[in-house]
Design a protein around this ligand. Sequence first.
Ligand code: AMP
Length: 174
Amino acid sequence: MAAWLDEHIRVIPDHPEPGVLFKDLTPMMAQPKVFDRAVGELAELIQPTKPELILGIEARGFIFGAPVAQRLGIGFVPVRKAGKLPADTVSVTYDLEYGTDTLEMHRDSVTAGSRVAVVDDVLATGGTARAVTDLVDGLGATTTALAVVIELAFLGGRSRLGDLPVEALVVEAG
Ligand code: AMP
């Protein structure tokens, strides 16, 4: 139980749609000591997996992923929504509850054989994280870990990620 963090996470019912309990992390981002501790702990959890790059998933994964990469002294790669990246990209389209979504990264941002860790704010159903690990696989690289601030374990996201190590600062059982 991460009491230091929990009190800075705001829960918004029915956002962005009825039935979703949205985990709003903006209060913790506004507290520099709490934000710094969260970034430090995410970096510590990832470090043993020896990544050479951090991939952050648009948009909240950028907010945590970039400082984690800095903390570890390694590079940061943004994984973006379709049409945002200017150079040659690889893309993956995956199913949402209603419809599909597409994520892209620069084709030359991850070289074959390299080791990357993925950072996002929340792991829910795991569809987004799985899409990113598929992108990494497609480039011939290895995903070493997924690190998130909150894992909504009752949604079973981990089970979509095979044996990938999943690290979370807060795990919600249900
Ligand atoms: P999923 O693909 O279902 O694992 O959803 C993960 C993405 O949706 C993450 O990038 C989160 O930012 C966002 N997300 C899903 N559920 C929530 C939630 N309850 N609160 C905040 N963000 C969420």
